[in-house]
Design a protein around this ligand. Sequence first.
Ligand code: FAD
Length: 370
Amino acid sequence: MIYDFLIIGAGSAGCNCAYVLNKAGKKVAIVDKEGICAGASGAAGAFLSPLPGKKNSYNSLVNTALEYSINFYEKLLPNSVTKKGVLRVQNDNFDKTKLKDNAIDYEYKKFEQIEGYFYKNAAIISPSEICHKLLEGCDFFLLDVSKLIYKDGIYHIKDLKAKQIILTQGVNTPIISYPYVKISPVFGVKIDIKTSTTVPFNIHKSISVSTNKKDGTVAIGATSVNHFLEGVECITTCDKCIFLIDNDEEDIKSLLSQADELINLKDLEVIKVYKGARATIKSYFPVVGKIIDYDQSIKKYPSIKNGTKIPSGLLEYYPNVYTLNALGSRGFVFGPYLAKILKENILDDMMIPKEVSLEKLFYKMARKKA
Ligand SMILES: Cc1cc2nc3c(=O)[nH]c(=O)nc-3n(C[C@H](O)[C@H](O)[C@H](O)COP(=O)(O)OP(=O)(O)OC[C@H]3O[C@@H](n4cnc5c(N)ncnc54)[C@H](O)[C@@H]3O)c2cc1C
């Protein structure tokens, strides 16, 4: 059988792409070297919260995606969504004014020893349940893909054949080169705890404490260690990765002490520690669309380096290869919304919004190299 789409990477990005394309009547296969929801997605909070602050293109994208995604998950798998809002306490980055700017459906609230702005449209979901649900109707294969073979309009990956490819590899080195998207890993730890305390809603300051999830447990997360070094490579289960083999005690201690500033969690027992690396680019914007072949495009249009813009579509692209990546710390907020945008671009020829397009980054790199 020849699949319409083969997706590489079964995290939030890949599973959401698989879902929309399958719903559009396409035959979809998805592969992952570690399993479904095993990379960063398996470690995610997964908190879905608005981003307040003076309106700009990034928080507008986040808040639009949030609205879309919460509705989407509630329809997809209501039992996996706990929507009780979030109380955001001011911190160094978000003072009271910033917390109120651009906020919708909110109120000022005092809770025990803390106070802040309470936003109603916030939730926590179960990432693994959601990813598994998204893949119903698609074929999943446990496979580590190292290269794509393209022959007579068809991609061959081991025994699998497909007309179109979507790369949703997170922080892992992409199997084809698109150097203008410079992904860096931002490592993080999240814990699940048992507690006899009822947490009425999510609480966020520098870290988040979740309300009690459907199984009664509470998530606390996440730590964040930036690695904005270009060229840092990351393989999420690599046994040589210092981050992943490091002792968790310091991270757990830090999370618990930050949680303690927000709420007194009684009879606390840490039941699981999750670790992962978020794929992030410097601007924090995610990227989505057809992958431009950098070298071939520059060869065809050398004047790009001097600032010439080529009409969209005339650049050199890898045939029928797309990506959705750099979801950063909001992979479950962006996933459904951007997968829909990618589907509409591939199947209905709709434009990718400029701020998340690959073209923007392509031109940036080309001019820098001039
Ligand atoms: C600790 C932590 C807490 C977080 N908390 C939140 C949160 O509260 N809310 C939120 O929205 N987001 C959160 N995030 C961010 C979110 O998890 C990520 O943005 C999202 O999961 C990224 O999804 P992805 O599909 O792009 O990447 P991943 O989930 O990493 O998936 C990529 C997959 O590709 C596979 N792969 C790569 N290369 C290959 C190959 N060659 N062959 C086969 N398979 C391959 C990998 O095995 C991996 O499973 C958090 C992240 C971390 C680490």
